[in-house]
Write a protein that binds this ligand. Sequence first.
Ligand code: AMP
Length: 397
Amino acid sequence: MSTFSTFRFASKRAIVRVDFNVPLDKQSNKVLDDKRILAAIPTLKHILNAGGSVVLLSHFGRPKNGPEPQYSLLQIKDKISEVLKVPVQFAADCIGQESMQLSAALKPGQVLLLENIRFYKEESQGDMAFAEKLAKHGDCYVNDAFGAAHRSHASTTQIANFFPDAKMAGLLMQAEIENAQKVLHTAKKPFTAIVGGAKISDKVLIVEHLLNIADHIIIGGGMAYTFFKAMGGQIGNSLCEDDRLETCKDILQRAAAIGVQIHLPQDAIVADQFSQNANTRIDDSNLIENNWMGLDIGPMACASFKQVILKSKTILWNGPMGVFEMPAFEQGTKTIAQAVAQATKFGAFSLIGGGDSAAAIQQFDLSNQVSYVSTGGGALLEYFEGKTLPGIAALSN
Ligand code: AMP
């Protein structure tokens, strides 16, 4: 297997699969957050500085039936160029004559961005013939799209078959894998996993897998209320998935049997409507009246979760403690973010899952005070569910 640091990129065209699925402002079409572009820059610079050229492949949004202007990567071409400080050429297709001519003409130091790979249905079908055509754009294949590594798509997985001796993980992908492995395989104890967010159904598998490796599992956010209901609590209008009540009971029983401590939020900030302007009060999480709903963890939960976090040596956090997008319900998530930052200062290793937890830590301006903020949402979850990610496996087969 080739490695990125030893591969000779001079005079080679490198196909680099990136995750440039960045948010755009609907009015101005400006990139609202360039984190994902910034994250790929070290990989791209390394190739260009070594005398190679780059063909960028990315998905962007979820187009349904072929090309849709609002999902064109042309909209972010200038942003990439600005961040990379190199002019970026654009091809309006991925496997047609135009793109093939442009990639064939690339000179060392040049960059070509291909149109949104998801404009082709063959991409998500993992079509081998399509992957073979994509592979014609370059002499080697670099996957730096950890955020898409859980998908067996043509540009993340099948394409690697055409580069048996020249396929490798880029620097971002390597960092993502190293940091996730640190938590999965060599976590210093006590290891605390914090899991939150809206739905227990999205997080069941990760919680079940964490039972095998964590000492403490803190559960917050909307998903906590299904646990309270499972234990016979009264949760009013809080989020609940009735078809998961047995799962919650099972998780609690298994945790008790193997000595993993599950921490649920004792109290909640409850509201009479799902709104920033709702009337609110503090209630026990298992005694919420009808017509009220828990939208954040309460002050007692904040204090006890903080204590657990501050004693931890390894912390994994995925999912907010409440509806942190509304200032009235952000305090729980903010307290947890601050506690994770403080524990990190005391020497703990902290890994923040992508998606909403990454957005939360950024909202509270603490991204630089934790050990690592992952760029992968679904991919990181699947990694911690113990699954093999096809995009990573394809690089070593
Ligand atoms: P997830 O994508 O599953 O991590 O869920 C993140 C979303 O969960 C965020 O948009 C939060 O606003 C939402 N959320 C967190 N806590 C609650 C809650 N108690 N009730 C409703 N939504 C919540």
